[in-house]
Design a protein around this ligand. Structure first.
Ligand code: CP3
Length: 319
């Protein structure tokens, strides 16, 4: 459950006087915040506490994460000069990542740690738009109108992403998730032509490690097959496509992850239980199924409801 921490009082306490990106650069904080949902809920895996923009900040891009807004970039990147600012990432840029992953693998014992990074399209959108965007208009203008610049920005971002993931894997992460959160804004043709080659390259670079690779985006019903084809072992689906249909779209050899609508946990428990039972039943037709929310935990979520949900999924999966 991404951003599960946000709804927890213990998270708010730890973060009270520390800005998000500062917290992401302090190994003690990363470790503590990563452990919080694991301790409280006993989930089957931990997701590393960081953010998709951390590697961009680490190579010197001036950006911040504004509460309630998301990543905001001081000078959006829209031309060749701007793209040159996207240099390769070196292990020395992110020593805190290595240190935190090392601490966590010790603390977690047998619970796997999922490392992650943003995919090139989603990172490009933040950099080109300068912040969160509904329509991604500057991003699409560059993609359609200046294919050589697009290729350059996507190559550079893919390389940064691989560097960020390698650091996590080599320090001990046992699976990785590539978040292409906003790629559902594209048509299937545009995805295949202008995005998939770069995400494929990333998955290829990681194949040598032999660890599970998860690929996720929001609103990707029409793209699910290609998210698998790009080289992932597991594809995350949001709640718009039932899990059994998602599995069908993925075809053989892939597992599916998802997909309870995060807003559902605001409904009475009986509704949550019924929807969850349905998702688990549908998941049985897939080659593999990881139960999860279809997107991140919403900030006002009641932690007790998540606790009940975790227990329920464990009970139901044991039978
Ligand atoms: O549970 C965890 O802590 C997992 C770590 C995690 C964070 N961000 C921490 C975070 C992960 C996996 C992410 C990924 C991320 N970040 C994505 C891809 C996943 C997705 O949800 O689609 C994206 C698009 C981002 C960019 C980003 N960072 C957004 C949209 C936001 C939320 C802005 C808001 O306040 O609504 C952030 C901030 C952020 N990243 C928070 C956390 C815990 C909230 C910080 C806070 O307010 O305390």
């Amino acid at each position: 459950m991404r951003q599960a921490g946000r709804s927890l009082p213990e998270y708010r306490r730890v973060r009270a006087d520390v800005p998000m990106l500062e917290a992401c650069a302090r190994p003690d904080m990363i470790t503590e915040i990563t452990m919080q949902p694991v301790r409280r809920y006993g989930v089957d895996a931990a997701i590393f506490f960081s953010d998709i923009v951390v590697p961009l900040k680490a190579i010197g891009i001036d950006l911040d994460i504004k509460p309630g807004v998301g990543p905001v970039v001081a000078e959006p990147i829209r031309d060749a000069d701007g793209i040159k600012r996207l240099r390769e990432i070196e292990p020395d840029d992110i020593p805190f990542i290595r240190e935190a992953v090392g601490q966590l693998t010790g603390e977690l014992g047998n619970t796997p740690l999922i490392g992650f990074a943003g995919a090139p399209f989603t990172l490009a959108s933040y950099l080109i738009e300068g912040g969160p965007s509904k329509n991604h208009e500057h991003t699409k203008a560059l993609m359609y109108g200046e294919p050589e610049l697009w290729d350059e920005i996507m190559r550079r971002l893919a390389s940064i992403t691989v560097g960020f993931l390698r650091t996590q894997i080599e320090a001990g992460a046992s699976a990785v998730q590539l978040f292409d959160s906003w790629v559902g804004a594209l048509s299937a043709e545009d995805y295949r032509a202008s995005v998939m080659p770069y995400s494929s390259w990333i998955f290829n670079q990681l194949s040598e490690y032999g660890i599970p690779r998860i690929h996720f985006g929001v609103g990707t019903g029409e793209l699910l097959g290609m998210l698998g084809e790009a080289g992932a072992d597991v594809v995350g689906a949001d709640w718009r496509v039932p899990v059994d249909q998602a599995a069908e779209r993925l075809g053989p050899g892939k597992a599916v992850q998802g997909n309870l609508d995060p807003a559902t946990v605001f409904a009475p428990w009986e509704v949550v239980a019924e929807r969850t039972r349905d998702i688990l039943a549908r998941g049985r037709s897939a080659e593999g199924h990881i139960f999860n929310l279809g997107h991140g935990v919403l900030p006002n979520t009641d932690p007790d409801q998540l606790q009940r949900l975790t227990e329920f999924v464990h009970e139901q999966s044991a039978t």
